[in-house]
Write a protein that binds this ligand. Structure first.
Ligand SMILES: [Zn+2]
Length: 489
């Protein structure tokens, strides 16, 4: 089979070659799984009280590419993500919107999963909801109390930071530095930095569960270690998340699990993604530069965004702007354009060329070289910008050879096959025809939805309730939920 040629000519999948940066050691280390060739990967999932933004999208795309890469390299990967579906933010938002917290969480969980599907983030094996692991959470807190790492007060159960000598080892902070920015006023706590494992809530008005410490709900950090212990045990290979979760969230996870199990380290590799800024500024609702995944996908296709993300190293900050996305879109189009040229060329010549020109051997070597370069960069701490550069060098070279007519049909087929293989590793469809661009379809859907909403509002203004309600229920069938403001009918 011609299509398999580059793989035959180049190296084959081979676990154990990858170097990856661990936040814990601050250096690149060789990836050695705890269990032979099997990687257990956990990444912090969303708190489902709102739509996820493009900063989240960056993190989840990076770990999707990591999972794809590890599988390509021959590792078995189990990718676990939690869903934080009980949290003060959820409860507050639900009360503002006058809905049940559980219903709000389910709604935004569904929307999150839709967003991930559209972004091609499809390698998570299991999404674990916090609310379905309350028993495990309580069990872990009980162990911490028995071991004297946790204590109960009038407001809840807290982790006693002063009993865990390694506190600060992930964020590389000394006790003095930790003390500076961690003042949580609660007079019942022993140390200001002690964090909550269980929050007592006796008022009955919010989401609570029974526990040995009365009604209440879990703290945020304990949810992750209860979930990872359930599926992976007390130690596993990779924990990922955005850089802003290192402290206190991931530091707290280490303290909890290493204290409860007595085993170190909880995680072999801590991998953190850099920030995503919008036009040089941190994204925030108050600055008005907050972009949700849905808004972004209304303008650009998911592949362009993924390309934009992969143009930077995952630990570097990236800057989102229209120009950057348009640029990524154009770059992607250059590869797709080449594949279309190859396809139209093959339509003319047929799949097999009997008169192999002399340049064939030269091209074989070129493809092997590109492949080796690409694999080497991916193995080197997932260096996607360099891997992409190897792809663009090849694209330029093949385009030149096509212009100069110094490339055989077979070499074109091999080049196309190699590009598609790269595309699969990166999670990008490189064979998309121009007319298939999903961005345009999104625009149309968005415009039509807007038109319907405006039409319905006009009907409501004219007090034509029956027709307005019918539009709303028909839109609901299409999973578009309209929420009228309070007081309006
Ligand atoms: Zn987490």
């Amino acid at each position: 089979m011609r299509g398999c040629r580059p793989r035959e000519l180049g190296s084959t999948p081979n676990p154990g070659l990858m170097m990856i940066h661990s936040t814990l050691s601050g250096t690149k280390e060789q990836l050695q799984p705890i269990h032979k060739n099997r990687i257990n990967l956990f990444v912090c999932g969303p708190t489902v009280y709102d739509d996820s933004h493009i900063g989240h999208a960056r993190t989840y795309i990076v770990f999707d590419v990591l999972a794809r890469w590890l599988k390509y390299r021959g590792f078995g990967v189990f990718y676990l993500q939690n869903i934080t579906d009980v949290d003060d933010k959820i409860i507050q938002r639900a009360s503002e919107m006058d809905v049940e917290p559980g219903a709000l969480a389910r709604k935004f969980e569904t929307r999150y999963l839709e967003d991930m599907q559209r972004l091609g983030v499809v390698n998570v094996n299991l999404y674990a909801r916090a609310t379905q692991h309350i028993e495990e959470i309580i069990g872990q807190i009980e162990r911490l109390m028995e071991l004297d790492y946790a204590y109960e007060t009038a407001t809840g159960v807290y982790f006693d930071e002063s009993h865990f000598q390694d506190f600060g080892k992930l964020s590389h902070q000394t006790a003095e530095e930790l003390g500076k920015h961690r003042i949580e006023p609660d007079p019942t706590k022993k140390n200001p930095g002690d964090f909550s494992l269980w929050k007592k809530r006796e008022d009955g008005a919010t989401v609570t569960w029974d526990s040995p410490w009365g009604r209440g709900r879990p703290g945020w950090h304990i949810e992750d270690t209860a979930i990872t212990e359930t599926y992976f045990g007390p130690q596993y290979d990779i924990h990922g998340g955005a850089m802003d979760l290192i402290f206190p969230h991931h530091e707290a996870e280490i303290a909890q699990m290493e204290s409860a199990s007595g085993k170190k380290p909880l995680v072999r590799f801590w991998i953190h993604t850099g920030f995503l800024n919008v036009k040089g500024e941190k994204m925030s609702k108050s600055l008005g530069n907050f972009v949700t995944i849905r808004e972004m996908l209304g303008r650009w296709d998911a592949d362009s965004f993924r390309f934009f993300v992969l143009f930077s190293h995952y630990r570097s900050p990236i800057d989102f702007s229209e120009e950057a996305l348009d640029q990524a879109s154009r770059s992607l189009e250059r590869i797709r354009q080449l594949i279309r040229i190859i396809d139209s060329h093959l339509e003319v010549t047929g799949p097999k060329d009997s008169t192999e020109p002399r340049s064939l051997h030269e091209m074989d070597a070129r493809l092997i070289e590109t492949r080796t370069e690409f694999l080497g960069h991916m193995d080197n701490d997932l260096n996607t910008p360099y891997a992409l550069r190897a792809i663009f060098d090849l694209v330029r070279d093949v385009n030149r050879r096509i212009r100069e007519k110094t490339i055989s049909t077979n070499a074109l087929l091999d080049a196309k096959q190699l590009l598609r293989e790269f595309g699969e590793i990166l999670g990008i469809n490189l064979s998309l025809a121009e007319k298939e661009s999903p961005g345009k379809e999104e625009d149309l859907t968005r415009s039509l939805t807007k038109l319907l909403i405006e039409t319905r509002q006009k009907l409501r203004d004219k007090k034509e309730w029956q027709m307005a309600d019918e539009i709303r229920s028909r839109m609901k069938e299409l999973n578009i939920i309209l929420e009228d403001s309070k007081g309006a009918r």
